[in-house]
Design a binder for this molecule. Structure first.
Ligand code: ZN
Length: 227
């Protein structure tokens, strides 16, 4: 009985992993291959310090499916990370952002990003050029978008009231592209509408991303327009 149960668990995990893998999107075919050598990049195998739970296995399978696609994306992006990030919320100036990087949050967590407050429905634009890597409501922040930018840096936008029409994984974006609209989705329920904006540097050795504070790189869009 026990082994049959275990086998069923394995099969369910396998089926779920395959479904997840099939759902991940490759970048659009017309995107220029800038660094084809990166297509050979292989990420290290994941290891477990103790046997994972079913939920952990599923989450890992989902992440692995995205990691398998990483080289396809990285090969189409410039090597040097962006040094300037355009304010992602329309009508807000950088000086209006209260710096909450690293601020304590519930459960021993720290705030790994910046919150940009604006009326519900305000357009959210990409802070950089890049490729839409993931569009998902699975995030703690609810509806969200992960954009992969130059140097493999991940930019994370969440709490959307709605996604922009036509937004899809694999598409190229510029700082003009609307990703979605400010809201209170996910764990922002009960707070004033805002965008949570996160940035994660990429380490090609480990294929891991590490959060950094995007605020020092953020500039007003009026500043960009006058350049
Ligand atoms: Zn936040």
């Amino acid at each position: 009985m026990r082994s049959r149960h275990a086998l069923r668990g394995v099969l369910l995990t396998l089926a779920a992993s395959l479904a997840i893998a099939a759902a991940q999107r490759a970048p659009d075919a017309e995107l220029q291959l800038l660094r084809p050598e990166l297509l050979a990049l292989t990420c290290p195998e994941r290891t477990w310090s103790q046997p994972p739970t079913e939920a952990q296995r599923l989450a890992a399978a989902r992440r692995d499916a995205f990691r398998a696609l990483l080289p396809e994306y990285l090969a189409r992006l410039p090597a040097e990370p962006d040094a300037v990030l355009a304010m992602p919320v329309d009508g807000v100036r950088v000086a209006q952002v209260a710096d909450t990087w690293g601020a304590p949050r519930g459960g021993g967590r720290r705030h790994e990003g910046q919150d940009v407050f604006a009326p519900r429905g305000t357009p959210i634009r990409s802070a950089t050029h890049g490729i839409v890597f993931e569009v998902s409501d699975r995030f703690t922040g609810g509806r969200g978008v992960m954009v992969l930018g130059a140097g493999g840096v991940r930019y994370f936008y969440t709490h959307f009231d709605a996604y922009a029409e036509g937004l899809r994984e694999g598409m190229a974006v510029t700082p003009d592209t609307i990703l979605g609209y400010v809201g209170t989705d996910g764990n922002a329920g009960g707070t004033p509408p805002h965008l949570h904006f996160g940035a994660y540097a990429f380490d090609p050795e480990s294929c891991r991303h590490r959060a950094f504070d995007p605020l020092p790189l953020m500039v007003d869009r009026t500043h960009l327009a006058s350049d």
